[in-house]
Design a protein around this ligand. Structure first.
Ligand SMILES: [Zn+2]
Length: 132
């Protein structure tokens, strides 16, 4: 049986079409419905160099004034390790591993447990605990 691969695979690695995955969140058509969906769309925004989306989905309390993305960084992949629901239904955590390279150098691994909070209908990224 042939598996259908997406024509325009989403950068987040979901194996879904970009148009059916992160694109509607990135272009503001609809808000990401869960912390995981927001996490994935933010990863896609990093891949695409969309710093406006990253700022827009950053919690107002922790949002940086400016965000300069390093054009030398090439993102290689995202793996969601675990999604935790928060104590309240408007909070959540996503544990993920992302891999990247600086130009064509060595690959690095970024592992983070990110915190998210929902304000009205929109999920926001607060911050994350790093682990080596
Ligand atoms: Zn996606």
């Amino acid at each position: 049986m042939a598996q259908t691969l997406p024509h325009h695979p989403c950068p987040c690695g979901s194996l879904h079409e970009f148009a059916n995955c992160c694109e509607p969140y990135l272009n503001g058509t609809e808000p990401a419905p869960t912390p995981e969906a927001l996490m994935r769309s933010r990863y896609s925004a990093y891949v695409q160099g969309n710093s406006l989306y990253l700022l827009k989905t950053w919690h107002p309390d922790t949002r940086p004034k400016h965000l300069e993305l390093d054009p030398q960084v090439r993102w290689l992949g995202l793996k969601i390790v675990k999604v935790h629901r928060g104590v309240h239904e408007n909070t959540g955590h996503v544990h993920f591993v992302a891999r990247y390279k600086i130009r064509n150098g060595q690959a690095y691994r970024l592992e983070e447990n990110s915190r998210f909070e929902k304000i009205m209908t929109q999920w926001f990224y607060i911050d994350g605990d790093f682990s080596e």
